[in-house]
Unconditional design. Sequence first.
Length: 201
Amino acid sequence: MQQVNLYTEELKPKRVLFTFRPCAYGVGGLVLVLIALGVLLQFRASAFEQELRDAQQREMALQEQVESLQGQVEGLVQDPLRLTRNREQEYKLASRKELLSAIQGMAAESRPVFSELLKGLARQSESGLWLTSVGIHQDGSQVRLEGAANSAEAVPAYLSRLRSEPSFRGRTFNLLAVEPAVQTGQLAFSLSTTQSMEVSP
């Protein structure tokens, strides 16, 4: 007996690999992912732009501060009066340091005559007049002083105070020279003292 299969391939249901609903879900999910990624990238780009603007503002503020400081420095450097005063102060400070160093050196060598004379000079220091050179003879009999003063009146006043200084009693003061100093515009003076044979009490 021969059988005939009437259920042909045309009558079998066809398999559909992609249906509408799964495709719609897949496309919708992909769109949502792309939207979320775009929002995130936009947010990050906005944050970077804000950081860039803040950095530019900070750079501008620093540049303004640098220009302001440069202007102040140039003003200080170019001010001749301030430069002159600074040089005068440095000169006075160096002179006083040298005098103090000389006093300490003489005291360390146990020479009472030298140390007393230098201490007396240090006690009579004042603003407006300073010593640039101190020379003392080996036996202390002669003292030579050189210095500078802002005014001519300061020199006689300084001589008067030295005469009242105990370490200079019995000494005769000779004013050797008072003349303008070309470089500083002040007065340069030179003094010399000789010790009398009889020292007054």
